[in-house]
Design a protein around this ligand. Structure first.
Ligand SMILES: [Zn+2]
Length: 61
């Protein structure tokens, strides 16, 4: 239950396109664990967004 909450918080961060630096809002529900192909709506380039399953439980060092 707690894990779910953390994931939602993490996914709320905006993400910038690495090509044109625009903030891209994507459908979070489409993101899956691992690599997700995202097409930037501004420059139409496709980049990879990696979603980590361990993002909620960060290890120290
Ligand atoms: Zn772009």
């Amino acid at each position: 239950m707690k894990k779910k909450l953390e994931e939602q918080v993490v996914q709320r961060f905006p993400y910038r396109c690495p090509y044109c630096d625009q903030v891209v809002s994507y459908d979070h529900s489409k993101l899956k664990e691992g690599e997700n192909e995202i097409q930037c709506p501004f420059c139409k380039k496709i980049y990879i967004k990696v979603v980590s399953a361990q993002v909620g439980k960060r290890k120290r060092r």
